[in-house]
Write a protein that binds this ligand. Structure first.
Ligand code: HEM
Length: 252
């Protein structure tokens, strides 16, 4: 029987049939996976900068109530009198909130894009395990860090989760009372371990996303990612541990 050959081939992929909408360059870039990876890398860098500075600032706890509260007040008085009190702090908070939302949006839409691009699972079980461990752990640790931030703000900024000890303007009192509760201290430690894993993978892969990857630098990338994550996590974990060990006095 003569074989019927269909010579009228359709387009190779669905994307070829869709006319691309004309939009501003940055939105156009963001609609691609490369653009989303840039956004993840840049907003991730903002987050790393914040957690590093936040941890170093919190070390003031070891100098006592006066120094710690002075530092918290200094943040509210940034660039006064050029700006009224707390205005620069609110601008920085706005930047941080935008970075968190951007990071989340890029993560969710990038995952969706990757799923659409690879509806068929990896053929080799080993490749699948390696690829999915990194991405799955980022999803889980990212979710834990996000939930931690919400609760942390209720605990130390709004004061509603501080166990009735919250005193506005006395950050030392609030931290010391909060971390003096063993269950809360344990939650802080676990959340910071999740943050550490997230930071390690994140810092390691942001070089790749920004195109700064070369076999010669990979050892340094690993050291930098491990070093940054360790410094931040050890610093943060020292606070609940030393409050529980009474090194940081609740009633000083
Ligand atoms: C044990 C470790 C930590 C301690 C002792 C701590 C302490 C504090 C305190 C006392 C405040 C309120 C400051 C004020 O009254 O102005 C605060 C705010 C905040 N913390 Fe933490 N923090 C820790 C870890 C973290 C981590 C790991 C993150 C993020 C992943 C984080 C994110 C924030 C944010 C976003 C705010 C709000 C900043 C603002 O309102 O200006 N903190 N933290």
């Amino acid at each position: 029987m003569a074989q019927v050959i269909n010579r009228q081939r359709g387009p190779v992929s669905g994307t070829a049939t869709r006319a691309r909408k004309k939009q501003p360059f940055l939105l156009d870039l963001y609609s691609t996976s490369v653009g989303k990876k840039y956004v993840m890398a840049l907003t991730g860098l903002m987050g790393v900068g914040f957690v590093l500075v936040h941890m170093v600032g919190n070390l003031k706890m070891y100098l006592g109530r006066e120094d710690y509260n002075h530092y918290a007040e200094f943040l509210r008085e940034l660039l006064v009198p050029i700006f009224p009190r707390t205005v620069l702090l609110w601008i920085l908070r706005g930047g941080l909130i935008a970075a968190v939302l951007g990071h989340l949006h890029a993560a969710v839409t990038l995952t969706r894009m990757n799923r659409q691009a690879r509806p068929v699972k990896y053929q080799s079980a080993r490749d699948y395990q390696v690829a999915s461990f990194a991405s799955r752990s980022m999803r889980w640790t990212g979710t834990i860090v996000l939930l931690f931030i919400v609760w942390h703000l209720l605990d130390l900024t709004a004061g509603t989760a501080n166990g009735g000890n919250f005193v506005r303007g006395d950050a030392y009192n609030n931290v010391a009372h909060s971390l003096n509760r063993p269950v809360v201290a344990a939650a802080y430690i676990l959340a910071n371990l999740a943050l550490g894993v997230h930071l390690f993978h994140g810092v390691w892969s942001l070089f790749q996303s920004l195109g700064w990857s070369h076999p010669r630098f990979n050892k340094w990338r690993r050291h930098l990612a491990g070093g940054l994550a360790s410094v931040i996590v050890l610093g943060n974990i020292s606070f609940p541990v030393l409050v529980l060990c009474k090194v940081v006095e609740v009633h000083s």
